[in-house]
Design a protein around this ligand. Sequence first.
Ligand SMILES: [Zn+2]
Length: 141
Amino acid sequence: MSKRANPMSVKAAMSYEIGEAALALGKTPATIRNWIKDGLPVMSSRKPYLISGAAIREYLRAKYKSAKRPLDADQLFCPSCGCGRRPLNSLVTIQALTVPTSLLKGICEHCGGTNTRMISTARLSDFERAFVIREGPDSDA
Ligand SMILES: [Zn+2]
């Protein structure tokens, strides 16, 4: 799978010609044309096509989101297994990263690797039903 473009490398309020969008995103113009065929909206029906930065961001976010497998409520993501797995004994630690986001960590019950899941701290109560949550170490990284 090719490297993902960063949606934030285009400005939402700007519009881009295909070559400019390709440059900003580190992609080839052919890739941008493929995205247009795939549904990325253009602002004009005639060449040169102009694409709004906001449309590019929205397109990429939707594209990458649909490529992700959603996790069940009682799963963390296991990078070794490449999919969602239940943590061993449903035991996870929690680490507050920023005000809105926390990181859950557990041990994969399938392979024993470290599994993680970023959650919205506001949704913590949903996960307290599925997991035994303990306070993790403070971030010292
Ligand atoms: Zn695993």
